[in-house]
Design a binder for this molecule. Structure first.
Ligand SMILES: [Zn+2]
Length: 209
């Protein structure tokens, strides 16, 4: 597909999403407001993390949060699911439990919930299967090794999501880690420009564990 066509499609999806309120969830205790300072017309997104993370099955005992980037400029949970299912031949598809969009391929700051979270099963996001069984894998769309930082919306969504997990599963900040901190073989994920210190400091302010 030509790049121009892809941008038109991405834009159309974004407009459709904005028109239908697809990124707006019901209010609750975990409400946050996000103002996009990058777009011309600032959009306020209220995300109900509690509602978003609710599952119909018995919850797993999550002990870690592992942070990733997609190492692509655009993408969505569906894109990565297809790649992991068809190219990597992973039966459960999407390796992560959550994907946070950057506005290219999915909403800017949109939190997409993967099937592995809905089923409360292991991820496939690190080389350590023992860790995959007890860690929540969150992937931000973008390449923060070669490009700039995540968007403000992505950071806001990530902080809210991680603070929520920290509180709910009693996960201390020492167990909120970058992929590069846990993989045996070298990886830059989630990239040198990923604002890890900011994340930990803001999550600690919200949820001191
Ligand atoms: Zn990673």
């Amino acid at each position: 597909m030509k790049i121009v066509e892809w941008h038109v499609i991405t834009f159309s999806i974004a407009m459709f999403a904005a028109a239908t309120g697809i990124f707006i969830y019901l209010p609750s205790i975990s409400n946050i407001s996000i103002s996009s300072i990058k777009s011309e017309a600032p959009v306020t997104i209220a995300i109900n993390i509690d509602e978003l993370c609710r599952v119909d099955v018995k919850e797993n005992k999550w002990e870690y949060v592992v942070l990733h980037h997609s190492a692509t400029n655009e993408g969505s949970a569906d894109n990565f699911d297809k790649y992991h299912r068809e190219k990597k031949k992973w039966k459960h598809g999407l390796a992560y439990h959550f994907v946070i969009g950057n506005g290219n391929g999915s909403g800017n700051g949109e939190i997409e919930v993967g099937d592995r979270w809905k089923k409360q099963i292991h991820g496939a996001h690190t080389a350590n299967m023992d860790l995959n069984r007890i860690s929540i894998g969150i992937c931000l769309v973008g390449n923060f090794e070669t490009d700039e930082q995540p968007t403000n919306n992505q950071i806001e969504s990530l902080i809210s999501l991680v603070a929520y997990f920290s509180e709910k599963y009693h996960i201390p900040k020492s167990r909120i880690v970058k992929h590069s901190q846990v993989l045996q073989k070298g990886t830059a994920c989630p990239g040198k420009n990923f604002p890890y210190k900011q994340l930990i400091s803001e999550v600690s302010a919200l949820q001191p564990l």
